[in-house]
Design a protein around this ligand. Structure first.
Ligand code: SF4
Ligand code: SF4
Length: 349
């Protein structure tokens, strides 16, 4: 059994080794036992290994992933993950967002995982995916113990339905991107939303002590999902429309060097926290790069949500520049009220 709070280990890449290890140990002390990382998450696995060396291995449930397309790559990534994690087995080993499911053949990824399971190097086999149809096929295949899939307040009825299908088939459902890839800055609303579904386990990307503390508190004293929260979600849904980028990064690399996951949402982030540092030189340079798009459409092809990235990027750039002009024009007024001003609610200033 995993703890209700799963710890997503992408953000610890941004902490120093010592700080990340302290945060991870604090999570364990707070009752978290489920940690989800991946071979491709930079030094995340090594930080877990450092944090947990010396702790009773049986009390931790470690999940990692292989982003591979052959038996050899799977095996070599697994061996490296075991070494970095300083362990001789991984509880849940996941096939990391495959583009197809036709690799059950001899010499393929899935067979390699079965072999590793037989050898006692992994306990369970899971899959992660961002495509609803592909995730559905994986669930129906009967090959996997778990599915990890994006689930948030913005999920569709079909996506929520998939969680119930997993329950019917006794598959663990691990919810990722519950904070909508950073579009929701606070854990309260997503936690209350997902708590309506006790048959799923969310993994929260945690970088700071205060974020950990909030999730632990919410798990200990869950708040009900209220009509006011539902209204908030509807507002967000309207604002984002069908151009909602999850920040997953599968569209990278971009030949023009555009940082798509950030640039696809840059105006939203600025609106949520309008301050001078949002318009510093680095940021202006990143936004100006959008002009270098050569319309190769590689990003559109690779985006699991088929987002029209070149068009959305231009829109975000224009909105960003408009906000910047407003920011400079309004200097001297309360910066924090700028967004409200933009929304036409000057009376609240
Ligand atoms: S279409 Fe533009 S943004 Fe997308 S990958 Fe090509 S150059 Fe980059
Ligand atoms: S454009 Fe698509 S692939 Fe790229 S970060 Fe956004 S959702 Fe992910």
């Amino acid at each position: 059994m995993v703890s209700r709070v799963g710890f997503g280990c992408i953000p610890i890449q941004r902490r120093s080794r010592e700080d990340a290890a302290a945060l991870l140990r604090r999570a364990v002390d707070s009752g978290v036992n489920f940690f989800d990382t991946a071979h491709v998450y930079g030094d995340s696995e090594a930080k877990l290994g450092l944090a947990f060396s010396g702790l009773p291995r049986g009390e931790l449930i470690l999940a990692s992933k292989a982003m591979a397309d052959t038996r050899e790559k799977t095996m070599s990534q697994l061996e490296e993950s075991l070494r970095r994690l300083r362990t001789d087995y991984i509880d849940l080993y996941q096939w990391h967002n495959p583009a197809g499911l036709d690799d059950f053949r001899e010499g393929g990824v899935y067979r390699a995982m079965l072999e590793a399971k037989k050898a006692g190097k992994i306990r369970f086999i899971g899959i992660t995916n961002h495509h609803l149809a592909r995730a559905g096929r994986a669930v129906e295949s009967g090959a996997f113990d778990t599915l990890q899939f994006p689930l948030s307040v913005l999920s569709s009825r079909e996506e929520i339905g998939l969680t119930f299908r997993c329950r019917e088939l006794d598959l663990g459902f691990i919810a990722m991107k519950a904070m909508c890839g950073g579009m929701i800055p606070d854990g309260r609303l997503p936690f209350a939303f997902l708590n309506q579904y006790p048959h799923i386990v969310p993994v929260w990307g945690i970088e700071r002590e205060e974020e950990l503390a909030q999730f632990i508190e919410l798990a200990g004293r869950p708040e009900p999902f209220t009509p006011a929260m539902r209204e908030e979600i509807e507002k967000l849904r309207l604002e984002l429309g069908d151009e909602y980028c999850r920040g997953c990064g599968y569209c990278l690399p971009c030949p023009a060097g555009i940082e798509l996951p950030l640039m696809m949402r840059i105006a939203y982030f600025v609106k949520r926290n309008v301050e001078g540092s949002q318009f510093n030189e680095d940021r202006l340079r990143q936004v100006a790069k959008i002009d270098d798009c050569v319309n190769c459409r590689g990003c559109v092809e690779h985006c699991p949500y088929h987002l029209e990235a070149p068009r959305i990027l231009r829109k975000q750039r224009d909105e960003f520049n408009r906000l910047r002009r407003e920011f400079h024009a309004l200097k001297g007024r309360s910066i924090n009220n700028l967004y409200m001003f933009r929304q036409g609610t000057e009376s609240r200033q």
